[in-house]
Every structure is written in C-alpha cells, then in structure tokens.
Design a protein around this ligand. Structure first.
Ligand SMILES: [Fe+2]
Ligand SMILES: [Fe+2]
Length: 270
C-alpha cells in the first residue's frame, strides 16, 4: 500500500484496527501536502472527552485497577503519537528523496508506537481495564495544528514530548518495580529504549536542517507559542538518557537549567 493511503487511513479511520494496521510493506510514494483534519477519526468508544481524570497517585499503585488506569494514560499517549505521526506523513508533502527519508524515520517510530500501544493495552486488560473505560484527553493532538512544517513537528514531537517521555519512563519504571509489577516494568523498559531512538531521529533531522547557530536556539524557535522547553522534561531529569539519544552536552545543560512560568514545570504526575 502507498504510504499516503495508509497514513490517511490511520488518521481518519475510526477504529483501532485502522490505527494499528500493519506497515510492513509500505511503498513510499511522492505526493503533495494535505490539510489537517480538526480531529482524528475516533469511534465513540475511544473518542476524546472533556472530562478530566487524574493520574493515580503513586501510593495507590499497589492496587491493580489503579495500575490499569495508569496504563490507560500511557496507552492514550501512544495512540495520540500514532495519529500525530500519521498526520505528519499524510499532511506534509513528499516531493524529494529527502522527504521520503525523513518519513522513513517517522514510519519506524510510528510502528514502535503501535507496539507500545498494544503492550500497554494487553497489560491493562490483565489488570481489568479496557482501553476507552476512562475519558481520553486530546492535549497532544491539539498542538498538531501549530506544526506547519516537519521541522516544527520534530521539535515538538521528538525533542519535547518524546524527550519528556524518557524521564517519565525512568520514573515510572522505578515505581512499578517498587510495587513488584515486573510485567509493566519490562514494558516500560522496552518503551524507554525505543523512545531514545525516536528522540534521536528528531535530533538527527533538526541538526541536519538547522542553519548556523546552536541546536538549542533553533529548537526553541520552532516550538509553538504556548509550549516552552519545560515540556521536554519530566519530574526527574536524566542527562544520561539524553546523551544516549545523541544530544550534545550544551543542549542537555540548557534544557536542565531552563525555567519559565509554566505551571506544569514542577509537575508531580504525568
Ligand atoms: Fe511510544
Ligand atoms: Fe515515540
């Protein structure tokens, strides 16, 4: 199948079969840009909700159903990443060999996100929770409208959301270890390793595209107006994992010391 067709189906398809479709034998076709839909396709069981629910408190994660709820949050992030990556593949044009090349990077990440989503869902089912049992937020998706170019996409997706995810994975790995949930611990370990490569893909392309000057300045200028680099950090800050994703020490230091007025900066939960 042509990539533009598969990406459109992942984006507009309403059920999980579309979102999780197999991308093994994809043909990377040339095509023009397409407009971004207001929302991805979502059948009623998995549609976005305005009802906010809270991430379960650390202490409550001894209880299976609360761990299921935590996994429900993680899985939602994976599904949003799948849809945003599909939107990037479908909406940004493929006119040159280089366009095809960066899209190959996005497809490899998207396939990992499908795997992550499936692993989280299977585990939450074991814990008695089904995907869609709780309200699903659309925060990540709402940023998509601001990402007019692949440069802006990689700055927000890879170097911000996925980068923060590295810290979250490390943090929650420890917590799930403490409550002796080895299965979830192992899933988070796999996700962490994959996410390091996703951050690295974005880092590679932004370094490739950046004009003279630092990656840090280029990155900051690419972020949407209301998103600051604080969003690229979790409740812990791992220099080591960022170095593994190929970030240079200046970038890692600038991000670590970056401070703003943003409320979520000192967040206590995902
Ligand atoms: Fe993921
Ligand atoms: Fe990812």
């Amino acid at each position: 199948m042509k990539l533009s067709v598969a990406a459109k189906d992942i984006l507009f398809g309403a059920n999980l079969n579309s979102k999780l479709q197999n991308l093994d034998s994809i043909e990377f076709d040339f095509h023009e840009g397409n407009s971004l839909p207001e929302n991805p396709g979502r059948e009623s069981e998995i549609s976005f909700s305005n009802n906010q629910i809270k991430f379960p408190k650390k202490k409550s994660l001894k209880v299976e159903s609360n761990r299921g709820l935590a996994l429900h949050f993680f899985a939602n992030h994976e599904l949003l990443a799948i849809e945003m990556m599909a939107a990037a593949l479908y909406c940004y044009p493929s006119r040159t060999e280089e366009d095809i090349k960066f899209k190959k990077g996005i497809v490899s990440a998207l396939r990992d996100e499908q795997k992550h989503f499936t692993m989280y869902c299977e585990r939450m089912n074991e814990l008695g929770v089904k995907f869609g049992d709780f309200p699903l937020n659309d925060f990540f998706w709402r940023q998509m409208i601001h990402l007019k170019t692949p440069q802006e996409f990689f700055a927000l997706m890879s170097l911000t959301f996925e980068m923060a995810n590295l810290d979250f994975c490390i943090h929650y790995k420890e917590i799930f270890k403490e409550v002796e949930d080895e299965k979830t611990f192992n899933i988070l370990s796999t996700v962490l390793e994959d996410e390091i490569t996703h951050v690295s893909i974005g880092r590679y392309w932004l370094e490739h595209w950046k004009p003279t000057g630092s990656l840090w300045d280029y990155y900051k200028n690419l972020l949407p107006e209301k998103i600051t680099p604080s969003r690229a950090k979790g409740m812990i800050y791992s220099r080591e994992v960022r170095a593994r994703a190929g970030l240079e020490s200046d970038f890692i230091k600038n991000l670590e010391t970056y401070k703003d007025e943003f409320k979520i900066t000192t967040r206590k939960e995902w």
